[in-house]
Every structure is written in structure tokens, then in C-alpha cells.
Design a protein around this ligand. Sequence first.
Ligand SMILES: *[C@@H]1O[C@H](CO)[C@@H](O)[C@H](O)[C@H]1NC(C)=O
Ligand SMILES: *[C@@H]1O[C@H](CO)[C@@H](O)[C@H](O)[C@H]1NC(C)=O
Length: 367
Amino acid sequence: MESMLWWATAALLAIVGVVSLDIMGFLSWGNKFQVEGQTVLLTGGSYGMGKEIAKLLSQRGANVIIVARNVEKLQSAMEYAKAAAKNPSTQRFHIISADVTSEAENARVLAESTAWNNGVVPQIVWANAGASVPGLFVEMKTETMRSQMDINYWAAAYLAHQTLKAWLYPETPYKPQEKGAKTESPRHLIITSSVLGLVNITGYAAYSPAKAALKSLCDGLNHEMNLYNGARRSKKDSGQAPAPFDVHIHSIWPATIVSPGLQNENKTKHPITFKLEEADSEQTELQAAQAAIKGLERGNYMTALNWLGELMRLSSMGPSPRDSLIKDTVGQWITSIAWLFVGPDMEGTVWNWGKKEGMPKFRPNAQ
Ligand SMILES: *[C@@H]1O[C@H](CO)[C@@H](O)[C@H](O)[C@H]1NC(C)=O
Ligand SMILES: *[C@@H]1O[C@H](CO)[C@@H](O)[C@H](O)[C@H]1NC(C)=O
């Protein structure tokens, strides 16, 4: 009897221990995002969170290529990243001015980066460019809805398309791997979305759909990469040698970041949207960048950048891959119950606003 009690207690303690370690993220051993000596291609890296990401990657020893439109901002971002270099004598930095909403520009960016990187396609590609134009749907120009899709969805989709093709089917085909040959470190394709792609609130009907599309894109690409990663272990000779590395997909889910982008958003945001976001915790650009890199180093597929974003990720992950078996499963149950209260509360806020303020004054083509 006594020994049974002993065993039950021990088992319970073991379970509690494993659960807490899992929740705290201690069960993923080692850094899964080694960037030292690798080359990173980063879009939207000239200001905001992107600029800090460039710096953190530089601190970790990566060569960094920053892509954005404004040359002056690019130059200052490059100096900023360079000053933080881990190995200043060997690390290299490059900037490319481009409009990433264009497919041709994405092709040029990848070609130029590859040439600069001594003919090797950058090992890490991070589609981080994005911008939000908030506003009420009926007041918004349909051109704005399209341009929101261009910068927030197509920019990432084009870059992903070019990059994955170049990694998997390079112009000079890969040679069959000799038995026992050393495999290369994995390639990482990272896409920055937004928590507004997980939860839809009044004032983001142009932005949220584009960011939600990125979730589908990442989930789909993550699924598809199994085909190529599996083919690497195949004994069958299909006449086409596989890439000598695995390809990993990751998505990043920022919430409110205090940045020049937010300042711009503030100009067109409807007061009701401000009210809905009142309680959100704001992050600095650096805090957001640190959280993103930390998630990648843990090997996460989906990384939210603060606790609120984490709750949104848990409540809307659907069948997306789990990064932490216990936390993601239990978290999903809990947030689905919490949403029973939070959802109606937020809808009530909007309803009450209408009731109190009356019909909003129509501002055609306000955005
Ligand atoms: C918002 O949109 C996304 C993507 O379609 C969806 O997964 C989520 O459940 C939606 N609903 C709410 C209330 O945010
Ligand atoms: C945007 O507006 C919010 C709410 O008024 C404020 O807290 C925030 O500081 C503003 N941010 C910027 C960058 O202007």
C-alpha cells in the first residue's frame, strides 16, 4: 500500500515536472537556428522590428542582406547591423533597394543576393516586409485592399516561390550525394505575419485577410516540404538529385510594436479600433525582434512575440503543427473557453460604440 502511494506520488511529480519544463520551453535542446557563417536575406529590414532583426543576426555572426525601398534608410540599417557584428573581419553586409510587391523585383533580389553570396542561394530567407492601412471597410478604396494584399501577402509569396525553387531545383542540378556525405545545415524560410491574421477585429478588414493568407501559405508550404525532405532519405533514383539539406518553414506573429509603422497606422485608425486595442501590451522593436529569434532558436514553427499574441496563436492554431505538445494542446482548450467571454465582450464594445455615437459619418475613400 505504502509503495503504491510512493509510486503514484513519484509519477505525479514526474508528470508535473515534464509539463512545466515543456511549458517553459526547456524540452527543446540546442539551438535550432544556427546563423553563424550563414547568409540571411531579409526584406523589410530598414526600420522597425526588421532593423533590429538584422542587428541580432549580425550579433550572432550572420552575413546579412537587407532589402527595402529607401536607400538612405537601408544604408543606416546596414551600418547599425554592421556595428554589432560578432566577427567584424569576416562578416559581410549588403543592401538591395527593391519594391518587393513585384514578382520581377523578387527575382532580381534573389539573383543579386546569390551572386553576392558567391553563387550560393542565401541559406536563410526572411520575408518580413509588410504594412498595415487600418480603416473601416466601407470607407476604404478597393485599390487599398489590393495594395494591402500586395505588400502583406504577395511580397512574401513571391519571395517564397523564388527561394524554394532556387533551393530545390537550382539552375545547375545537384549531384547525387555520395553515401555518408555530410549534409548541409537546414535552410530556413521565415515569414512574418501578424496576430491580426489570427483574430479579426473592426478596422482591419483590408489587412487581416492578407495576414491570414500567410498562415495558410505557411501551413501549406510546411506540409509540402515533407515531400522534399522525405525524398532526401529515399533510396529510389528518380533521375533528379535532391537538395543536400532539409528545408524548414517558420512563421512569426507580432502584436503591437511601437514603430514608425504604428505611427502611420495611427493616422487612419478609427477611434473604435483604438478602443479595442486599448488594453494591448506594446512591445519595442528590439523586444519583438528578440522574441522572434528566440522562437526560431527553439525550433518553433509558429512564434508569437508576446503573451497576448501567444493566446491568439493558441486560440486559432487549428490543425497547424504543434511546437509544444502539452502547452499547445492544453492552451488550445483553455483559450477556446476564454474566447467564449472575450469574443462577445469585444463585439459588445463595437455594438455599444455604435449605439452611443450613432451612425458613423461616411468618409468615402478615406484610405
Ligand atoms: C479570423 O480569421 C482567421 C483566418 O481566416 C480565422 O482563423 C479566425 O478564426 C477568424 N475569427 C476571429 C473571430 O478572429
Ligand atoms: C498610436 O496611438 C496609441 C493610442 O493613442 C498610442 O498609445 C501610441 O503611442 C501611438 N503610437 C505612435 C507610434 O504614434
